[in-house]
Design a protein around this ligand. Structure first.
Ligand code: SIN
Length: 283
């Protein structure tokens, strides 16, 4: 049966008429095609337990177990994205794309809402890097022609005292760990513009979370170019905000989108379960 696919307009599409706990190969083919086309797909009103979430992720590719997030106590494949009422920092509260610090960055992530703030806070924003690339002004496009960028996890998950400020609390309370693994992780290089492995479309592939420089440029010039690219990519014309409800599930493509978890629900609890799916080298 054909699934109903409702594009949001700027990035992403909502898919209706499917039960993620009971997928057949025709459903999966349509989900894969919508994912490649829209960068992120959303599902509502799902009843998906941990085992069904793992099965859904595995149907899309091998699972990549995150090295830095606290894992689910019974399902190591599931990374916990939790903020307790007494905590102030959230996980993912800055624009980024998951795992760009890996030589073969994760294809995508499946996020399931387990407990949501009653206030309605804790939405997740997405930005399309297909749209950002397509709308690049000529001068910026010329500057990144053939360029490569360096990506790192050390400044985010490592133990350096100047490590990403937002992670100080999450490291202290154990939501983020394994800093010594981040400290020794080699930085990696990816093209600034990639050809998406599934859609064949061009996408901008640098992000404010993990990209630390442009190969061959001095630090100042490199940061100036990255900031110009970020200022462009963050144009609201390329963004949508997804408001979670019980039963909501998102599957985003880390090669075609950025995301940002809103931290506007202090004093309330939010628990999300994330599984990251293995990707491939990018060209
Ligand atoms: C993440 O950045 O992976 C988490 C996103 C969210 O919690 O909304």
């Amino acid at each position: 049966m054909a699934l109903e696919i409702h594009p949001y307009g700027r990035v992403g599409a909502e898919i209706a008429g499917v039960d993620l706990a009971r997928l057949d190969s025709a459903d999966l083919a349509q989900i894969r095609a919508a994912f490649a086309e829209h960068g992120v797909v959303f599902f509502r009103d799902q009843t998906i337990d941990e085992e069904a979430q793992i099965a859904f992720a595995r149907a899309l590719g091998p699972i990549n177990i995150n090295r830095f997030f606290a894992a689910h106590p019974h399902y190591p494949e599931i990374a916990l994205v939790i903020k307790e009422p007494h905590q102030t920092a959230n996980i993912g509260g800055g624009w980024h794309t998951d795992h760009s610090y890996d030589a073969e960055p994760a294809l995508g992530s499946v996020l399931v809402a387990r407990e949501l703030p009653a206030s309605g806070g804790g939405a997740t924003a997405f930005a399309s890097m297909y749209a950002a690339y397509d709308a690049l002004p000529d001068d910026l496009r010329a500057q990144i022609e053939g360029a490569k960028a360096v990506h790192s996890a050390r400044h985010v998950f490592g133990s350096a005292t100047n490590a990403y400020e937002a992670n100080r609390e999450t490291r202290k309370d154990g939501r983020i760990g394994n800093a010594s693994a981040a400290d020794v992780l080699e930085d990696v290089v990816h093209p600034v513009v990639i050809t998406h492995p599934l859609s064949g479309k061009r996408a901008l592939y640098v992000n404010p979370g993990f990209t630390i420089g442009i190969v061959g440029l001095e630090q100042e010039e490199s940061q100036a170019l990255l900031h110009a690219l970020y200022a462009h990519a963050l144009d609201p014309r390329f963004q949508e905000v997804f408001h979670w409800q019980p039963g909501s599930v998102a599957l985003w493509d880390n090669r075609a989108t950025w995301h940002y978890a809103h931290n506007d629900y202090h004093g309330e609890r939010r628990e999300m379960h994330r599984i990251t799916i293995e990707g491939e080298a990018l060209n």
